[in-house]
Ligand binder design. Structure first.
Ligand SMILES: NC(=O)c1ccc[n+]([C@@H]2O[C@H](COP(=O)([O-])OP(=O)(O)OC[C@H]3O[C@@H](n4cnc5c(N)ncnc54)[C@H](OP(=O)(O)O)[C@@H]3O)[C@@H](O)[C@H]2O)c1
Length: 240
């Protein structure tokens, strides 16, 4: 069923930023197609919610995903959000499989989903990528993650140049209180020399809430044209 405000298709909805965006989008009148390995149980009974099971690190599963939206004048938005940190550790310890899983999930799958989405007939399309500050500054021990997020920022820049009338964005959400941050804090100092700083910031309650990121992204979706291709969500939260 199409929501009064349009349709949001979002990957990685079982927790964190993706779950917060899906919940808020449903609350304010979008219909949502979630895509990922695990469906959030709290959304299953919502008539405006549909879930497609797919492991986005597997080519065959990505290519068989069907978008649920029929041709419609309301906005249809793809948010490529699913992601992994990959294995942390010095670059010379990262093997083929570690590299491949991170690059497939964080780069190849969003590129393929977006290519198929851009071929759909809807007039009013928008595309978002959950980017990262790690695309813009190097973090010792995060070679795969930093490289993957830099790649997806640049993909967004190219796509925006090719499609000047379509809002296309990679947003950087800051350090957000999600399971991914818990994974970071659990790293050894050998694998991630900066781990202590992340533990301190968490202990001091400095992490951004996923709900704040969701508000910012939904603000940009409903007010297209205000932001550059890559934007920090912290910039939006201040105006909410
Ligand atoms: N938290 C931060 O500080 C932060 C900062 C900058 C950017 N980000 C980005 O934000 C995005 C969301 O992360 P998060 O922080 O919200 O962490 P999260 O709660 O761990 O969310 C990651 C999501 O990706 C999904 N996912 C992982 N592997 C998948 C696979 N193979 N196939 C399909 N889905 C998969 C997970 O679902 P399942 O495991 O259920 O499949 C989950 O829903 C990521 O792209 C991340 O890089 C996070």
């Amino acid at each position: 069923m199409m929501g009064a405000k349009g349709q949001i298709i979002i990957t990685g909805v079982s927790s964190g930023i993706g779950l917060a965006i899906a919940k808020r989008a449903l609350e304010i009148g979008f219909s949502v197609q979630g895509i990922g390995r695990n469906e959030p149980k709290e959304l299953t009974s919502n008539p405006y919610w549909v879930f497609t099971t797919a492991d986005l690190s597997q080519e065959k599963e990505v290519e068989k995903i069907q978008f649920q939206s029929a041709a419609h004048p309301l906005p249809t938005v793809l948010i490529n959000n699913a992601g992994t940190l990959g294995r942390m550790g010095q670059a010379n310890t990262i093997d083929w499989n570690d590299t491949n899983e991170c690059m497939t999930l964080n780069v190849t799958a969003p590129m393929r989903l977006t290519a198929r989405f851009m071929s759909m007939l809807q007039k009013s399309k928008q595309v978002f990528f959950t980017g990262s500050g790690a695309a813009q500054y190097a973090i010792n021990g995060w070679s795969s993650y930093c490289a993957s997020k830099a790649a997806i920022h640049m993909y967004a820049e190219v796509l925006a140049q090719e499609n000047p009338t379509t809002p296309i964005h990679a947003f950087t959400p800051g350090k957000v209180d999600t399971p991914m941050q818990a994974q970071i804090r659990a790293a050894s100092a050998a694998d991630f020399p900066g781990v202590e700083h992340f533990r301190e910031e968490h202990a001091e309650g400095l992490l951004v809430k996923p709900e704040t990121v969701a508000e910012a992204v939904l603000h940009v979706i409903q007010n297209p044209g205000e932001q550059p291709v890559v934007f920090p969500t912290s910039q939006i939260s201040t105006v909410l």
